[in-house]
Write a protein that binds this ligand. Sequence first.
Ligand code: URP
Ligand code: ZN
Ligand code: ZN
Length: 466
Amino acid sequence: MTAPFDLVIRGGTVATASDVFAADIGVRDGRIVQIGEALGEGAETIDATGRFVLPGGIDSHVHLSQPSGEGITMADDFESGTRSALFGGNTTILPFCLQEKGQSIREALKCYHALAEGQCYTDHSFHMIVSDPTAAVLGQELPALVADGYTSFKVFMTYEGLRLNDREILETMDVARRTGALVMVHCENEDAIRYLIGRHEAEGDVAPRAHATTRPVAVEREATHRALSLAEVVDVPVVIVHVSNGPAIEEIARARARGRKVIGETCPQYLMLTADDLEGMDWEGAKFVCSPPPRDKASQDACWTGLESGTFDLFSSDHCPFRYDDSAGKLNPKGRTSFRHIPNGIPGVETRLPILFSEGVMKGRIDLPRFVALTSTNHAKVYGLERKGRIAVGMDADIAIWDPAARRTIRHADLHDGADYSPYEGVPIQGWPTDVILGGKVMIRDGALEGRKGDGRYRPRALPRL
Ligand code: URP
Ligand code: ZN
Ligand code: ZN
């Protein structure tokens, strides 16, 4: 007689976004088909006694293979980036597809699909970055792409060549209103940043630290307020991504108090780093250059409070990796002349979940259901991944088994991304994913890779459930 299950995960403590309970999980044909006591043996059985059985992480903010300026290369492609994500307990990631000026977004998506096809260790889908919202893009292309399962797009208020003006943001938000898609906004005031960069450079202040001082809290707070106001004018929900500080969080809380639907996201760098990390001999501070910049202890505390209280719905990595000691990375020839030329972004897709588990769950700041909500379930709801983010019958068997007693120290040498450093080098961690299962297939067993590139597949998405 054949076993009724392809896989049984036995004896573990299961956590969902609402409950923690002891149960076995039965998997067949890639889906969870039964949750209960004493399910018996499957064709394959994993003993999870003493471990937590959680939905696989969904990291909805990841950059891979994204063009990042002349002579600059991102440190991860889809192979290394998804392998690193998998080792960090993730089963799905949402990278960005950048529309270059003058390019059709469908053409851009074709290129990203070609880069990802057959290379991925996790499931994936794409957000679109709208950099050129022409009448054709707004009128035809975006609505058709939303219907095809690309149900979210990001707009930037900063970065020359990428930023949209307010009118363009309003018009892009209007596509979301018409289609039900979701707009994500990078909130920093580019004109204010340009003004401050000019002042610093005129004074010869060009070291990495100036990256933080030219992007102060006021720059983010103003843009957050403006993005929320524009979304209110159009009457659409909005995602405020990578929020770094208390005043920006207050803007979100105020908009919600006015009845607005706002989704807030923060990232590990805003819990673990400060602007002081951007100091450094030999430009070492370049390792921590990302936007918005990490700030101070009070901002870290505000982000923790936001995670605990529910202001934040999403905890993502904003993995945007560049090698440090590399002429195509942080220390490119121009980057050595001014902070302005240091590519923005830091690696973190593999360390996102262990950091929040260790600093949040193990230190008693958040409970396990909140961890699951912030790292998996909410991402699935917000971005329309209908069969993901939950341990429930009928869902994809995307599961991470965690050993809460595992103690490690973050060392880049042990990670699997393509960068040459981790911003979290030396951070002690308690709790690490030991086994990761994607669609019922054991991809990582006892910390060792068993899955193959190409096991992760593209997943079109439904509209957000907000
Ligand atoms: O510095 C960052 N975060 N770079 C990544 C691009 C972005 O704005 O998300
Ligand atoms: Zn951004
Ligand atoms: Zn980003």
